[in-house]
Ligand binder design. Structure first.
Ligand code: THU
Length: 160
C-alpha cells in the first residue's frame, strides 16, 4: 500500500481592493448578480460572473424552487448559459460571491461539489485552466488558478 498525498494551492487576498482591476470589476458583477438571486427558501444568495476570452461577461445567480432539488446554483446557471451561448469561446475567469440573510458571510465561500464538477467539464473541454475567485459578502477573497485545485479527483469522460 502506498500513501497518496494531494496538494492544492489557493491564493488569499485580504479584501476585494487587493484584486487586479479586471477581477475586482468581475467580482462587482458577481455582487450585482448575487443581489438578484431568487433564494426565498435558503435566504442564501449567490452570484457568479464569468469572463470569456472574447471579453463578454456572463452572470448568473441561484434560482430556487418549491421543489427544492429543481433549483440551480449560481455557478451552474452562469456556466451553462455561457456554454449554450458561446460554445466555442474559452472561459478565462469566474468570480463568485455569496451572502446569507441568516448570518454574516465574511470568509470565502467555495462552489459546491456539483458546481466544481460542472466547471471542470468546461476546463477539460477548452484545455485551458479557469481562474476561480470566491468570497462571502466581504473579507478575504480566495483564488484558485485552476478548477483542479478545488476538485483534484475529477470525474472525467476518459473514465466512462
Ligand atoms: N448555492 C449556490 O448557488 N452555489 C453553490 O456553490 C452552493 C449553493 C445555492 C443553492 C441554494 O439556492 C443556496 O445556495 C443554498 O444552498
Amino acid at each position: 500500500m502506498k500513501e497518496l498525498k494531494i496538494e492544492s494551492t489557493l491564493f488569499i487576498f485580504d479584501t476585494i481592493e487587493e484584486l487586479p482591476k479586471d477581477v475586482m470589476s468581475l467580482m462587482k458583477k458577481a455582487f450585482e448578480a448575487r443581489d438578484k438571486a431568487y433564494a426565498p427558501y435558503s435566504n442564501f444568495n449567490v452570484g457568479a460572473a464569468i469572463l470569456l476570452e472574447n471579453g463578454e461577461i456572463i452572470t448568473g445567480n441561484n434560482q430556487e424552487n418549491a421543489s427544492y432539488p429543481s433549483g440551480l446554483c449560481a455557478e451552474r446557471t452562469a456556466i451553462y448559459y455561457a456554454g449554450s451561448q458561446y460554445p466555442e469561446v474559452k472561459i478565462v475567469k469566474m468570480a463568485i460571491s455569496a451572502t446569507s440573510k441568516n448570518k454574516p458571510t465574511s470568509t470565502p465561500i467555495p462552489p459546491c461539489g456539483a458546481c466544481r464538477q460542472a466547471i471542470a467539464e468546461y476546463e477539460i473541454k477548452q484545455k485551458t485552466p479557469i481562474e476561480i475567485y470566491f468570497m462571502g459578502e466581504s473579507g478575504h477573497v480566495a483564488k484558485s488558478n485552476s478548477l483542479t485545485n478545488l476538485l483534484p479527483l475529477v470525474f472525467d469522460k476518459y473514465l466512462l
